[in-house]
Design a protein around this ligand. Structure first.
Ligand code: ADP
Ligand code: MG
Length: 916
């Protein structure tokens, strides 16, 4: 077995002279004890009172906030929009032609458009930045002599912090002790290779930042190992604080937004073409250029779905708020869309499908065989059972030896009065401490009696941890880890039995570790000590511990939801294949051993990429997988055309999280490194939350479609109406100003209101949409065409009829405008669902739509009564009998679309092929 190098004794800089006095920033050159003395603290940390006082003195441990987009930026951005250009041109031309009223009106429209866009974008942005601040870094700190977990923002100089692999370093820290420590300092130094760190090195004061091995710096991340250190600088005083500005990247534009932006541009081009044709036609029949020009602009304005990109941003940001309520924090906006299209979820086992509350519940000891561990009580004879009876006291020493070793090669911290779930550290380590308490051991005394001299911390690649501790009868080495790693290092005799016992435990669903140890001849530092690695041999197996990690209660149902929604579920774990399979079976993810691929299988096929891909794409459980192999799994799934959501919690999961379409990190259990690499963070670490996210992602996409549907169909209606009028030789049906008004009154609020629509039921009953599916699919084209043509032709009909009845053009346009406003108000209710009857959707699922529709009517009706405005708009109040004609005409659109939806539903459910 190959072990990564372990650094225990740092080389000293040859003949260096370390200065006696160092200025305050040269902490790296100070001896750890001296650094502590200057900060008026010691290894035991500060008291809460002292910390509070320092917090008041030095301020919180936070960097100056990133400059957000300002309101001015958002306003300026509104003007980068073809629609606004058109209006600007039209307004200026009106000014030149001395059409003052028109010019003022056009500029008002322009301002309203920009204002609506600004408000919406600004709110969406506020929403997003509020979410971003939810993700905090927690630190383990010694305060009042106890280890506490707290928000890193409360750290002060002089605090003693505990750091593990995967942590983001919360402040600048002088190391007090370290084991196998290395940190990624790319954000500070640009150096992408992790740098080894150690508490022991002696450095010159002039040592460069990148070589200060006795320090950890805020903003870097710990790649490997463990450490304890002294906070020497916080917040803006850290090295990171000095360069903080460079760290803020530009915001990402969601691909969907980009796609719809392009789509808007295409529609815009079509609009221009139509309008150009119209101008030519009008000029050829001798219409005055002035009127034609304004009409053309107004028509272009109504066709261009300028609100779509804004509505997309709004829909996505609403979705992020809704997801946050369901424990999914979106770090990158595009992830919302990705979730909606996700086809595979590759998930961790421990902590995501299971609760990650381990209980050591079955032991195996070489001399005794199986020993069951009971629940309550902390008394050896009542807790441990052997062959169905309480464990005889003369046999308890075996259990105690196992428990003692388990509590020694262990980094967790807990007080006996913490209760079964209390304490801090790795859950497996905590479970071993509980086991030790049950065996009647006193942890604090145990640790005091056996100080640690050397260690190899646990890592997911190594799958073991080892320590060397002093003791009464000399130095002892103990080791705990996966049985396949530990047992081969034990003496020959008894190995076969141990393997069999481990296999049995795993097959029964237990997570298994083996614990072994031996007495050393030479202690670290003594002559004859050659480091730890050579000593990892000829161990005595002390025993096996089987842990139960209960399934999360919601997990099985969430898996079922996924499968029904056409989303495949794959389990990835570092655990034993048999353990993994037994849990996967319970969840309905796998059936038999054929569904399981192990890390070994992946290695074995490394040189046959074709076979490997097929194997990976087909399996549903990946066991004894190393973090680095997760990338292979993601790649294989992506190559098979899947949209992959991948969960991860460790440092080594970061590359896979980045590679996946959706990297999902854990808010509680995961490391800061994983969270930084992820697109989504689950605040409850729960698999079921991914499913909730998928549902909300699909809902957001559906809402975006609704907005597009409304915009396109109403634009089409206006074009159809104009074309019909022109080709039948009627006058222009609406004036330019009226068209602009119609656009402002209806589209100003309705389109965005649709983005608030509550998710429709059954989103998880259909397969994911094909990733490349265009928004403008058959359903969308069909419904937009039916509704657009219907609205256009009926409006045209009313206009033509009014003229034929001898109404004046003014009267006919007035009625037509009322009808169009009513049509668009009615239509927004059709758009609330593409397939479901609008009568099945309660108003309470989207009050903004109701308010927008009523508001549009109210504004338009009042405009007819306001003297100046009614003149510019050429509108006047209409009589009751006209209303009696308009309302049914407008509502008939709902009837038509109800029929269209019913037909569509029928076509959809009709069996497309005869089942065999
Ligand atoms: P998972 O994917 O389920 O989180 P891990 O990578 O955490 O699996 O663990 C893999 C294996 O390493 C476990 O099956 C166990 O045998 C061993 N192991 C896990 N945690 C520890 C630990 N703290 N100390 C020693 N061995 C451990
Ligand atoms: Mg794990």
């Amino acid at each position: 077995m190959e072990l990564p190098p372990i650094r225990e004794h740092p080389e000293e800089p040859g003949g260096s002279r370390v200065p006696d006095e160092a200025p305050h920033s040269a902490w790296h050159a100070l001896d750890a004890a001296e650094a502590a003395r200057r900060l008026d603290t010691d290894r035991g940390g500060l008291s809460s009172e002292e910390a509070a006082e320092r917090l008041a003195r030095y301020g919180g441990n936070a960097l100056p906030a990133a400059p957000e987009r300002t309101l001015a930026d958002v306003i300026v951005a509104q003007f980068a929009n073809p629609l606004i250009y058109l209006l600007l041109i039209a307004g200026s031309v009106a000014l030149v032609l001395n059409e003052l009223a028109d010019a003022v009106f056009i500029f008002i429209v322009l301002v309203i458009n920009a204002a609506v866009g600004t408000v919406q974008e600004w709110r969406a942005q506020a929403n997003l930045s509020a979410l971003r601040s939810v993700i905090q870094v927690a630190s383990r700190v010694r305060r009042d002599g106890r280890v506490r977990r707290m928000d890193a923002a409360a750290l002060v100089p002089g605090d003693v912090v505990l750091i593990d692999a995967g942590d983001r370093v919360p402040a600048d820290i002088r190391l007090l002790s370290s084991a196998d420590l290395s940190a990624d300092e790319a954000s500070l130094t640009g150096e992408s290779v992790p740098v080894a760190k150690t508490a022991e090195a002696r450095l010159y004061e002039a040592t460069l930042l990148a070589e200060r091995r006795t320090m950890l710096f805020a903003g870097s991340t710990v790649q490997r190992g463990r450490a304890e250190g002294l906070v020497v600088a916080t917040g803006g005083a850290t090295e990171l604080g000095r360069i903080a500005k460079a760290l803020h990247g530009p915001a990402v534009v969601p691909p969907l937004t980009r796609r719809l932006q392009r789509f808007s541009n295409v529609i815009g081009a079509i609009a221009i073409a139509i309008v150009a044709g119209l101008i030519l036609q009008q000029l050829s029949v001798g219409a005055p250029f002035r009127d034609t020009f304004f009409i053309a602009i107004a028509l272009a304005v109504s066709i261009i779905p300028e609100g779509v990109p804004v509505a997309v941003t709004v829909a996505l940001s609403i979705a992020t708020a809704r997801m946050a309520r369901r424990n999914v924090i979106v770090r990158h906006l595009p992830a919302v869309e990705g979730l909606g299209a996700c086809t595979v979820v590759a998930t961790d086992k421990t902590g995501t499908l299971t609760v990650n509350r381990l209980t050591a519940s079955r032991l195996w000891l070489p001399r005794l065989g199986t020993v069951e561990v009971g629940g309550g009580g902390y008394d050896v004879s009542s807790v441990f059972h052997w062959k169905g009876a309480p464990l005889p006291s003369h046999d308890a020493k075996d259990v105690v030896a196992l428990a003692r070793a388990g509590a020694t090669v262990n980094d967790a911290e807990r007080d006996p009065d913490d209760g079964v779930d209390g304490g801090s550290g790795d859950t497996l380590d905590l479970a071993l401490l509980v086991l030790a308490e049950k065996a009647g051991l006193e942890i604090a005394a145990l640790r005091a009696a056996a100080p640690r001299h050397a260690e190899i911390p646990f890592s997911a690649e190594r799958r073991f941890a080892a320590t060397v501790n002093a003791g009464e009868d000399g130095c002892r080495l103990q080791m705990k880890g996966a049985p396949e790693v530990i047992v081969p290092l034990c003496e020959e005799a008894g190995r076969a039995e141990a393997y069999r016992a481990a296999e049995e435990l795993a097959a029964a669903g237990y997570r298994v570790i083996a614990i072994a140890g031996r007495t050393l001849r030479a202690a670290p530092g003594e002559p004859g000590w050659r480091g730890m690695e050579p000593e990892l041999r000829e161990l005595t197996l002390i025993g096996l511990v089987g842990f139960i990690d209960p399934l999360r209660p919601e997990a099985a149902q969430a898996v079922a939801h996924c499968l029904r929604a056409g989303v495949k579920v794959k389990m990835i774990t570092g655990d034993h294949a048999a353990t993994a399979l037994s849990i996967a079976r319970e969840l309905g993810i796998a059936r038999d051993r054929d569904d399981v691929v192990t890390g070994h299988d992946i290695l074995r096929l490394a040189d046959r990429p074709g076979e490997l891909k097929a194997l990976l794409a087909g399996a549903s459980v990946f066991a004894r997988v190393e973090p680095s192999q997760k990338v292979d799994i993601v790649n294989a799934l992506k190559a098979a055309g899947e949209i992959v959501a991948m969960t991860g919690d460790g440092v080594n999961d970061a590359p896979a999280l980045r590679r996946a379409d959706l990297g999902v990190a854990m808010g509680r259990g995961g490391t800061d490194v994983a969270r930084d690499a992820a697109d989504l963070v689950l605040t409850d670490d729960n698999f079921a939350s991914i499913v909730a996210g998928i549902e909300e992602g699909r809902a957001a996409y559906a809402n975006i479609r609704k907005v597009v549907y409304l915009m396109i169909s109403t634009g089409a209606a206006e074009v159809v109406m104009f074309m019909a009028a022109i080709f039948t030789g009627l006058p222009i049906p609406l004036t330019a100003v009226q068209l602009l008004w119609l656009n402002v009154v209806t589209n100003g609020g309705q389109d965005v209101a649709l983005a608030f629509e509550r998710r429709e039921p059954g989103l998880l009953n259909r397969p994911p949409r094909p990733p490349r599916e265009p928004i403008f699919d058959r359903l969308m084209i069909g419904e937009s065409a039916v509704s657009g043509i219907y609205m256009g032709l009926v409006s045209y009909g009313v206009f033509a009829w009014a003229l034929s009845m001898g109404w004046s053009e003014f009267e006919a346009r007035n009625v037509l405008l009322f009808l169009m406003v009513a049509f668009e108000n009615a239509h927004v209710f059709n758009c609330r669902s593409e397939t479901r009857s609008t009568f099945r959707i309660p108003f309470s699922h989207n009050w903004p739509v109701v308010i927008a529709a009523i508001g549009a009517q109210a504004v338009h009706i009042s405009a007819a009564f306001i003297p100046g405005l009614s003149d510019v708009l050429d509108v006047a109040p209409i009589a009751v009998d006209t209303w009696l004609m308009l309302v049914p005409a407008a509502l008939s659109l709902i009837l038509i679309m109800e029929i269209a939806k019913a037909v569509w539903r029928r076509l959809e459910t009709a069996p497309s092929s005869v089942p065999g």
